[in-house]
Design a protein around this ligand. Structure first.
Ligand code: ADP
Ligand code: MG
Length: 305
């Protein structure tokens, strides 16, 4: 079966900045795929290359078998991209911009019913005749999503679709994206909300400084994190003369709250508590937090790796 997106040997530089340093990645049809990474990792650059908006310096990318450079039109037709930046022509209404966008794909009146469906599904009904410049950031985000879907693409790429969006709207966008996936589309989502990736994505690539540093199913990535757990302690005061073995496990201190990362195999919680008591510190509260994707992410992207 032809993959949804195939990326091989992609390099990209901007002057002296090496944004992508050899990316190989295959996303299968029907996957819900997460592309994660810290700011500046190269996520948006990779998406621009997939969308054909920016050319790689080396390597190839195809969407449903269509090369994004040599077969741009066909590749673009299969693809809906929701960009990270909110860019709009301020002179049109929501409905107008969606009709114009569909026109770029040669779609006219026969597509109007679908546009109305999108307006409905994204709860843009009240604003359909409002000028784009009058919309709030969250509303603009929804218009961008509708714009990406006007031509019913099979592969939908969303670059941080919920960034700066309030919690309520984020929930409804998640539901909407899940519905798109359930209908058989391939979803590629970049996000810096790890809980979002944890909830939605089946397989995840972690990008850091232009390289893929992890590529696995969400479950495997979480299992990787299972080796560690976070111990949250509340003490009766600051720890004096903390022994180095303990100090190196401390990840965060906030007043009397301390977070330690413990190795489940090697560390004994009793010994840690005893060591603290040995420094004259009493423990008022103790909690063990199970690892989540954020822990795995921190582990993998730590600069002292
Ligand atoms: P992300 O989306 O993961 O935050 P980007 O793909 O936006 O990362 O950026 C990757 C790197 O490429 C960064 O160092 C960024 O500054 C640089 N970069 C991105 N676009 C441009 C551009 N148009 N001109 C110069 N540098 C760029
Ligand atoms: Mg980005």
């Amino acid at each position: 079966m032809v993959p949804a997106v195939a990326i091989s040997g992609v390099h990209k530089h901007f002057a002296s900045v090496q944004a992508l340093k050899g990316i190989d990645l295959v996303i299968e049809r029907g996957e819900f795929f997460g592309l994660l990474g810290p700011n500046g990792a190269g996520k948006s650059t990779l998406i621009s290359i997939i969308a054909g908006l920016c050319r790689a310096n080396a390597g190839n990318v195809s969407v449903l078998g269509h090369d994004v450079v040599h077969d741009y039109r066909r590749a673009r037709r299969c693809l809906g991209v929701v960009p990270q930046e909110l860019v709009f022509d301020p002179f049109f209404t929501v409905r107008e911009i969606l009709r114009i966008q569909a026109g770029y794909f040669g779609l006219g009146r026969e597509n109007y019913a679908w546009i109305e469906e999108l307006i409905e599904a994204l709860m843009l009904g009240d604003k359909a005749d409002a000028n784009l410049r009058t919309l709030s950031g969250g509303m603009k985000r929804r218009v961008l999503i509708a714009q990406a879907l006007v031509h019913r693409p099979e592969v939908v790429v969303l670059d941080e679709p919920t960034a700066g969006v309030d919690v309520e709207l984020r929930q409804s966008l998640w539901q909407f994206i899940q519905k798109l996936h359930a209908e058989g589309r391939t979803i590629v989502l970049t996000t810096h909300y790890l809980e979002e990736a944890e909830m939605l994505c089946e397989r995840i690539a972690i990008l850091d400084q232009g390289r893929i540093i992890a590529l696995d199913t969400k479950d495997h990535l979480l299992a990787l994190g299972m080796a560690h757990a976070t111990l949250q302690l509340v003490t009766d005061g600051p720890i004096a003369n903390c022994p180095p073995v303990l100090a190196q496990k401390i990840r965060k201190t906030e007043g009397n709250r301390i977070e330690l990362q413990i190795d489940r195999q090697k560390d004994s919680i009793i010994e840690i508590v005893d060591a603290l008591r040995g420094c004259g510190t009493q423990i008022v509260d103790l909690r063990i937090q199970e690892p989540d994707l954020e822990d795995v992410f921190m582990q993998l992207t730590r600069k002292d790796r």
